[in-house]
Design a binder for this molecule. Structure first.
Ligand SMILES: Nc1ncnc2c1ncn2[C@@H]1O[C@H](COP(=O)(O)OP(=O)(O)OP(=O)(O)O)[C@@H](O)[C@H]1O
Ligand SMILES: [Mg+2]
Length: 293
């Protein structure tokens, strides 16, 4: 893998695959790569946490291995599991074909824990396939035990499968963890990571993001959409302030309607691409005219 030599270079590399990082994010991501430390990203929904891991993988031509966390996730879903139905099938085949007097129970049992019956889950794959980008998405949804397990793997970059032995990454994977902060993560995990809080982008950057992701959109429309979204965020009374995802969605909706100059009527008719709560829509409708003035 090509190693960026500076945060500027990393910023350019990400820019080439359509991800525009601000200086703070480019610096911390550069350090995470250079120091081989996991990167923990927190921030409002839709601010590009998941997209950063995707962009890193694309920029450096690495496989992206994604572990989506959820309540109740455990090591068998993250690390490995045995393919039970295939093991049973194997056992039946041995039973049906082997000469009973010659069957050695111990070796049959051993043959059940063979590589071909192993189901490698994301973390094991990331250790084996490294260099790779391992995205541990929405870690705050998993519980404490899972976090402790993850910490162990991240500290050693190896796992032991009792029946097979130890798997160690030849190169540590680039690890990106994201959290929406539905709960605080433990200090021990944070200590291992470099941390960055992703803010909503500044107006100029958001216009640039729209123009980069949708080159067919006019500068004027990009400015109007990003301007209204930025005003909506600064109101401070919305249940869910729109993220970059909503800005891009809204722009795509307007392109669909062949709208090249955002007027009040079209903005009101398409506001459902930006606000997804009835209360927010009610609040926003009345204010749109001043935002578009
Ligand atoms: N800096 C950026 N440059 C380019 N595209 C961006 C940027 N930030 C966000 N996006 C785009 O915005 C959309 C939402 O980003 P993403 O899904 O990564 O957000 P998230 O922070 O992971 O949100 P959630 O917390 O809801 O999972 C994606 O289409 C992503 O590509
Ligand atoms: Mg995400």
């Amino acid at each position: 893998m090509k190693q960026p030599r500076s945060s500027d270079e990393l910023g350019r590399d990400l820019g080439e695959v359509g991800y525009l990082a601000d200086e703070g994010l480019a610096t911390i991501a550069y350090l995470a790569l250079a120091m081989q430390r996991p990167l923990l990203l927190e921030g409002e929904p839709g601010t590009g946490k998941t997209a950063l891991a995707e962009a890193l993988a694309r920029a450096y031509g690495l496989p992206l291995i994604r572990l989506q966390c959820y309540e109740g996730i455990d090591a068998t879903q993250a690390l490995y599991d045995w393919d039970f139905p295939r093991q049973i099938l194997h056992l039946r085949t041995v039973e049906a074909t082997a000469d009973r007097s010659q069957v050695d129970a111990e070796s049959v049992e051993q043959s059940l824990f063979d590589e071909r019956f192993l189901l490698a889950r994301p973390i094991l794959r990331a250790l084996r396939e490294a260099p790779a980008v391992l995205l541990v998405d929405e870690i705050d949804r998993a519980d404490d035990e899972f976090e402790a397990f993850l910490l162990e793997v991240l500290s050693t970059n190896q796992v032991t499968i009792p029946e097979l032995g130890t798997v160690r990454a030849t190169v540590p994977p680039i690890v990106v963890l994201t959290s929406n902060r539905t709960r605080e993560l433990h200090d021990a995990l944070k200590r291992r990571c470099l941390y960055h809080w992703i803010e909503h982008p500044a107006l100029a950057r958001e216009i640039e993001i729209v123009r980069t992701r949708m080159p067919e959109v006019s500068q004027r429309l990009a400015e109007q959409v990003a301007g209204v979204v930025s005003d909506l965020r600064s109101r401070g009374d919305l249940l869910k302030p729109p993220g970059v995802a909503e800005t891009l969605d809204w722009t795509a909706a307007l392109v669909r309607l062949e709208c090249d100059d955002l007027d009040l009527e079209t903005a009101a008719a398409t506001i459902g691409a930006v606000c997804k709560y009835r209360e927010d829509i009610d609040r926003v409708r009345d204010a749109l005219s001043s935002m578009l003035a």
